[in-house]
Design a protein around this ligand. Sequence first.
Ligand code: XIL
Length: 377
Amino acid sequence: MDRRLFLASTLCAGLSPDIAWGAQTDSPLKQLAAAKGVRYGTSTGTHALFGDAGYAAIVAREAAMLVSEYQGKRAQLQPAPDRYDFAALDAIVAYAQRHGMAMRGHTLCWYATNPPWLDVQMKSDLPIAAKRKLLTDYVAKVAGRYRGRIAEWDVVNEAIEPADGWPLGMRTRNNIWAVLSERYIDMAFHTARAADPSAALFLNEFGIEAATSWNERKRHALLLLLSRLKQRGVPIDGLGIQAHLRPYKDKFDQEVFATFLRQVTDMGLRISITEMDFSDRGGSNDPRQRDIDMAAAAKAFLDVALDNPATRTVMTWGVTDRYSWLTSRFASDPWPNGGVARALPYDANLRPKPMRTAIAQAFLDAPARPRWRRGAA
Ligand code: XIL
């Protein structure tokens, strides 16, 4: 753990989880964020949102924005070539509208979580024009369906993968790239813009936050891609930074991350933190200490993200450890104490953790920013 993080953690160490940094931090996160021109929200799913009243109460109190964790992906929305199933996503969008919340859309084009039939057709001897339509028809249908109701779309997710060996670090070992090459990104963004001119359009990426050589390689490839997209006139409004952070494994350097954010916003792009969580794997056996360490990591990260005036959205990937994807994602490698990942602001018993206080304090400490207009980051 680097020195800054250690210092922040030491600062937090004096706090018991139930002593806030100041009474103000008890205010709803959405309220503290909105005071600085930022939207705070969380991913969610219909099972918990409509089946767990205690969880739903936290979402309603804390979030100004929702994004579907898994029910907005193509495998869920288009299980067969001629069959769409929007019921779950419609329910989440309707819930958001009833509660005065905004929506993020996730995600229109991803190499993963596609229905099997799509991979079959992309690998078939269909003409390229037909395969291109498989991409653009889907983007048009989904973005068109929610026209005016999605504030931000993750149009393309995880386009960078230097390990695939492509000179420019692109993710190439998938059926979309095999057929359409890099121009799949252009097609997706142009189609999304035409389908919903009101939505802000994002490229979403992970592994670009930490001061590791691997994250540096990804940042470099991503900045080159963003520059090419801007040069080609691709209608991209912002970069989504997933922020699945691993504080015990990956060194985080505030200057490195701040410099990267400036390089992105100097291109006229805005920033959304889209899937923030803090994996406590690798920490002490004392869950209270891990909670304090993760809170310090959250504060160190958000201080930098929110210091940049182009950061307008902060989403956690869930709001309680009761439903963290990290627990199921790494089920083969159980979490310490045989428990769950302690990666989110509330624990599995729906109690606020030091991380919630840290996120609240980060919003309190953040500079205010003017309302966003397209074209001005
Ligand atoms: C994950 C969800 O959390 C899981 O529930 C689902 O089964 C698979 O997708 N980066 C992303 C998200 O962009 O879409 C992934 O979400 C987590 C990693």
